[in-house]
Design a binder for this molecule. Structure first.
Ligand SMILES: O=C(Cc1cc(-c2ccc3c(-c4nc5ccccc5[nH]4)n[nH]c3c2)n[nH]1)Nc1cccc(F)c1
Length: 276
């Protein structure tokens, strides 16, 4: 089936990015609601990232997992490329985190469990570095987490942590030192995300990038006293300088903090607007 713009009714913008915007859209026949991402060919060609976009499309179309945002297809006209993406009803985790300041340990354990499963799935498909910072995580209809790897594209200008290459907070020590990154970067960023969801701030937050670099390289972390010992134990096994010594993803699922707080069948709580 080849799609075209005339197959969709376009709705409001969902996110504005450097290479194009994302719109709510509804397929006319089925009334199926999607997120339609519009990329401008001119900008892609100018930025010589055409191969990267092709690779992203290639990867995204192959990935099928409940915690990875689906790409249903794509099409183009003379000026633009259109990506037909899954619509995540509850929006971004980043927005939710800002609204709620931080999450309770059971909720975070469920999110970390689901992300670990999604990353394990990616690694079996030889895909690494799914950028799992809050800006790239969307919340689905049943409040489940979805990795939406925005890759290089910048989203919603309101995201506060934009340095030119994206936020530093999630960089692993080996990436800072320009070493080739492996699957282990995903384990590191899982630790960073866990901390940020529990505390409300990233672990290496600092007033300037040099301080952030220093904190990352020497893994200088302060855990607030409301963080449980088991949560600290898990993060301590993920945020390890030496990539080989980080807890493998399969062991994350067996960690007591996960098994006790996110037992089989536990699902994320519904965040009702009035619930504080
Ligand atoms: O760009 C993305 C991923 C991506 C996903 C999205 C995105 C952004 C927002 C949403 C939303 C969404 N739901 C909302 C509800 C409330 C408020 C805002 C919302 N945004 N649902 N699905 C989305 C999908 N933008 N970009 N992939 C990509 C990029 C280049 C090439 C390629 F093949 C893939």
């Amino acid at each position: 089936k080849s799609w075209s713009l005339s197959d969709f009714d376009l709705g409001r913008p969902l996110g504005k990015g450097k290479f194009g915007n994302v719109y709510l859209a509804r397929e006319k026949e089925s009334h199926y609601v999607v997120a339609l991402k519009v990329l401008f060919k001119s900008q892609i060609l100018d930025s010589e990232i055409e191969h990267q976009v092709r690779r992203e499309v290639e990867i995204q179309c192959r990935l099928r997992h409940p915690n990875i945002l689906r790409m249903y297809g794509y099409f183009h006209d003379e000026k633009r490329i259109y990506l037909i993406l899954e619509y995540a009803k509850q929006g971004s985790l980043y927005k939710l985190l800002k609204e709620r300041e931080r999450f309770d340990e059971k909720t975070v354990a469920i999110y970390i469990r689901d992300l670990t499963r999604a990353l394990l799935y990616c690694h079996t498909k030889k895909v690494i570095h799914r950028d799992i910072k809050p800006e790239n995580l969307l919340i689905g209809h049943n409040w489940e987490l979805k990795i939406a790897d925005f890759g290089w594209s910048v989203h919603s200008p309101s995201s506060r942590r934009m340095t030119l290459c994206g936020t530093l907070d999630y960089l692993s020590p080996e990436m800072i030192e320009g070493k080739p990154h492996s699957y282990a970067v995903d384990i590191w960023s899982l630790g960073v995300l866990c901390y940020e969801l529990l505390v409300g701030l990233p672990p290496f937050d600092a007033k300037d990038s040099h301080q952030t670099y220093r904190k990352i390289r020497y893994v200088i972390i302060k855990y607030p006293d409301f963080i449980s010992e088991k949560a600290k134990d898990l993060m301590g096994r993920l945020l390890v300088i030496n990539p080989e010594q980080r807890l493998p993803l399969t062991n994350v699922l067996q960690h007591p903090w996960i098994t006790e707080n996110a037992p089989e069948g536990a699902v994320p709580p519904a965040f009702n607007p009035e619930q504080k």
